[in-house]
Design a protein around this ligand. Structure first.
Ligand SMILES: Nc1nc2c(ncn2[C@@H]2O[C@H](COP(=O)(O)OP(=O)(O)OP(=O)(O)O)[C@@H](O)[C@H]2O)c(=O)[nH]1
Ligand SMILES: [Mg+2]
Length: 66
């Protein structure tokens, strides 16, 4: 089993209303197109983990969106 070094990034997604911020996050994090998004109220976040095998690094993203 590989012992990965860990990195954590917090990312904030901001932009004009209805430009597709929530949709692109569903696509990246869950791999699906969510066509029935509602206007996002307040803030919450998605988690995404990727493994960079060649570098032996596990990267965690906490992606906040408004
Ligand atoms: N066809 C298509 N529709 C998209 C795409 N991205 C977003 N939409 C549509 O555009 C609308 C707004 O998308 P959202 O992801 O909710 O936009 P948002 O930027 O999060 O909006 P707020 O939360 O109100 O700020 C939704 O009806 C989506 O289905 C895309 O790549 N293709
Ligand atoms: Mg949104």
């Amino acid at each position: 089993m590989t012992d990965y070094a860990q990195m954590m990034y917090k990312i904030c997604i901001v932009g004009d209303g209805a430009v597709g911020k929530t949709t692109i996050l569903y696509r990246y994090v869950d791999g699906r197109f969510e066509k029935d998004t509602m206007m996002t109220v307040g803030t919450n976040f998605f988690m995404k983990e990727i493994l960079l095998d060649d570098l032996g690094i596990k990267v965690k993203f906490q992606i906040y969106r408004n």
